[in-house]
Design a protein around this ligand. Sequence first.
Ligand SMILES: Cc1cc2nc3c(=O)[nH]c(=O)nc-3n(C[C@H](O)[C@H](O)[C@H](O)COP(=O)(O)O)c2cc1C
Length: 191
Amino acid sequence: MKALAISGSARTRGNTEHMLNTCIEVFENAGMETELIRLSKNSVHPCTACGSCYKTKDNTCIQKDDAFHMIYDKMREADIIIVGSPVYFGSATPNLMALLDRAGYVGRANGSVFARKVGGPVVVARRAGQNFTLAQLLFWFMIMDMIVPGSSYWNMGFGRGPGEVQEDTEGLDTVRHFAENLVWLAEKLNS
Ligand SMILES: Cc1cc2nc3c(=O)[nH]c(=O)nc-3n(C[C@H](O)[C@H](O)[C@H](O)COP(=O)(O)O)c2cc1C
């Protein structure tokens, strides 16, 4: 099975990545093929609302000058998709939302390509905004017809400087358990 983690942080090796890597470790221990994609290294332009994807219906977006298709194809191949975002002024990053808007529109134009895949979001912030950002991202997973398991708490961490989230042991335990639930669920669905 394949597990894909997408970091929406503008910062490479920051707290979002620490949280996603905590999940990736669980996926690897379960024998899954894993990959982390950083939007800090792969820019994705926003959706232009041109509607071309609904005309061509060939799993492509008319914009071809960015990393979108590389990431979208990996999302289609994955059994598990998790996304991570730092909170930026109470919301998910525009980098991540640009990807999710386009992947969501192209995916729905082609028969809900993410339907019944499992996954979910994790978020991190210095002080506040995790609840809203987690909910914001959950809306995407829900309308994609995906299956999101719970955890021992909501998937959120606290931290400001790179790596600070490692001191939030409850936050990391929560996302570790979330990843364990994803493995459990994916294995049940694939058996
Ligand atoms: C533009 C910007 C806006 C931010 N807004 C918030 C916020 O609304 N609430 C908060 O608690 N932290 C906020 N932060 C802090 C980040 O969420 C925090 O440093 C986080 O750990 C960054 O994750 P990263 O290391 O993966 O980039 C903001 C940071 C930036 C750069």
